[in-house]
Design a protein around this ligand. Structure first.
Ligand code: 5GP
Length: 116
């Protein structure tokens, strides 16, 4: 994808393509992953598409990264027993396919479903 093209997440944020929204604030959304890899698989995404991965986000806006973690905890409290894995795939070789930073919130029993 050219960097001029909006990411799939920007298109979701702009309501150009549908998604199951679980959370929205001024700077962050939470949606259900379309292809779950765990019993509960949510995505927490900043609206700002400037940061391609968590390293860039940590360097560029640490407060926004902290907000993502807080939203992840809130969603985990609402959708799981409050315990979860927080995964930021970073780079194609690590499985990253969308270069608009996002946190995977993976919850539910580790023996159910395949974990990412
Ligand atoms: P990555 O592989 O970049 O770490 O994660 C991208 C995630 O976005 C994948 O888990 C994938 O299932 C999810 N995803 C891709 N396209 C869509 C979509 O259109 N809607 C939703 N809800 N999730 C998507």
């Amino acid at each position: 994808m050219s960097s001029d093209e909006p990411s799939i997440f920007t298109r979701i944020i702009n309501r150009e393509i549908p998604a199951e929204f679980l959370f929205e604030s001024e700077r962050v959304i939470g949606i259900r992953d379309i292809n779950p890899q765990a019993p509960v698989h949510l995505l927490v995404i900043p609206k700002d598409p400037s940061y391609r991965n968590v390293v860039e986000l940590a360097e560029g806006d640490a407060a926004l990264l902290a907000e993502l973690v807080a939203v992840a905890q809130q969603l985990a409290d609402e959708h799981t027993d409050g315990q979860f894995r927080l995964v930021f795939n970073t780079g194609p070789a690590a499985g990253q396919t969308v270069f608009h930073v996002h946190a995977h919130v993976l919850g539910g029993s580790l023996t159910e479903g395949r974990l990412a």
